[in-house]
Write a protein that binds this ligand. Sequence first.
Ligand SMILES: C[S@@+](CC[C@H](N)C(=O)[O-])C[C@H]1O[C@@H](n2cnc3c(N)ncnc32)[C@H](O)[C@@H]1O
Length: 315
Amino acid sequence: MTELDELRSVRSEGDSWDIATSVGATAVMVAAARAAETACADPLVRDEFAQLLVSSAGPGWAQLASPDMDWIGDDEHGRRAHRVSRDYQAVRTHFFDEYFDAAANAGIRQMVILAAGLDSRAYRLNWPAGTTVYEIDQPKVLQYKTSTLEMAGATAKATRRTVPVDLRDDWTAALQAAGFDRSRPTAWLAEGLLPYLPGEAQNRLFEMLTALSAPASQFAVEVFNVDSTNERRRAARRARWARMQRLGLDVNVETLTYHDDAERADAAEWLTEHGWQVSTVANREEMARLGRPVPDDLADEAIVSDLLRARLGGS
Ligand SMILES: C[S@@+](CC[C@H](N)C(=O)[O-])C[C@H]1O[C@@H](n2cnc3c(N)ncnc32)[C@H](O)[C@@H]1O
């Protein structure tokens, strides 16, 4: 049996984390990609808060956020793979920024970011007056973001309400206690979340947000094709883990996610069956469209996902 044969998850029921540990560290990892993108010559997106949020988590993180990738050394393959994964993060950020922009233009003023992590959209997007952005995540993750940005004097561009709760539990009461109004249409976002939830928790999450969605609500979701049996993609995930270990960062995504993809509901099908009109774009297509195509020789190992936008109740 090779090391790759054994799939394991370190997750357990009710586990929790801060920004530096377990699933919390994945929020820093994706924010590092946004920081590096922001600092590069021709950025697709600008997240002016990412650098601060990432570097405040420690020196290894600050290096991961640097656009030059010197820390990868002479591993040319690793450098190119890292570049592609950074490109993907930029493209997904762009996709979901556009989603919120369109939702705001459609008149929606209530936004909910599920598993917000270090997402700084409440601070960086130009929200129309009267917009409220709710951010749900683990308590310590939200505390870290709020206090780091507060100390830097950053102010949100919408009313920002944090909802510190576990998304595997019933989070609806906490969201409503924070001011969420179920009679108004909502734009929901689940970016970088689903593989960190067990399949049944994903269904419960979809059920709860559908129940809270007034007509004309919208939902954007990132759906990974994890394909736990694909050895090349698994090897690539492990190579990324090993690269980051050189910076003293220990984020093994494979052990932090659930490997029930064979039994998990297909998100697009689930949403369609529950009244949502879904449109899907493959990440590779969107990356090519935005001038960040996946090179052919990395196609077998790069991330595969679908970016979904859904609308409730017709037009
Ligand atoms: C990869 S990060 C993505 C963060 C953010 N959406 C982004 O794209 O920048 C995953 C986030 O999901 C959050 N998360 C995962 N499972 C969760 C749960 N059961 N309850 C609350 N938050 C959760 C983590 O704390 C982390 O912030």
